[in-house]
Design a protein around this ligand. Sequence first.
Ligand code: 1GP
Length: 249
Amino acid sequence: MKIYDKICELTQKQASYFCLLDPDKVSLKEAHQRASDCQKYGADGILVGGSLMLNNRFEENLKQIKESVDIPVIIFPGIFNFVSPYADALLLLSVISSRNPQMLIGEQVRAAPLIKHYNLEAIGTAYMLIESGNNTSVHFMSSSMPIPRTKSDIAVAHALAGEYLGMKILYLDAGSGAKYPVPDDMIKAIRQNISLPVILGGGIKTPEIARKKALAGADIIVTGDILEKKNDPHLIRDFADAIHSVKRS
Ligand code: 1GP
């Protein structure tokens, strides 16, 4: 079964929880334990990636993560140096909130031949960056202006464009370590207008906030930064339980 189909199946029943592991922040020694904890404590999938690549551990790290779990391991590329065969799939992001051609199509053209070479499942993803109250790495690295947090109408227009362009998933991101996550009313407005699965991340600091975002209509909630800061695997369980309590049917 394709990972995309698994995601659709999973999110039709209840909201889902993905952990983000950034190879720049996870040492090779830690990779196995961190990934196993994600699965053991209830995550439905693992995203691997970040805005930069500060060392050459990415591929080895990804391989260890993949070998440690049965849940989907999906590359979440800040830049497309992150293409590797040691994953179940890759989110082929186009930063549709940007007007920077490199992030809209340039990076994807660089990545496409390797994706083909590795026969990797690429999931076309409409990625929208939302104002977060601080300057996150992805804001800076993508040289793009985020959508203002009070402008749900602009966000809906972008989301509709992503759906009409045939993208398969929408990723709403305030950026890793965001001061404020994507607002509930923006999520609700998008949910009322599009049918694509919605992934939401950036600045989700507590299970209660995660649950609220799922209730507002996000299908998959992602946490990265808070897990690194707290370094407590039981927090994964708390996030998973809070998110899974939001049923869809
Ligand atoms: C960042 O959406 C992810 O792109 C996760 O954000 O690291 O703030 O949880 P955090």
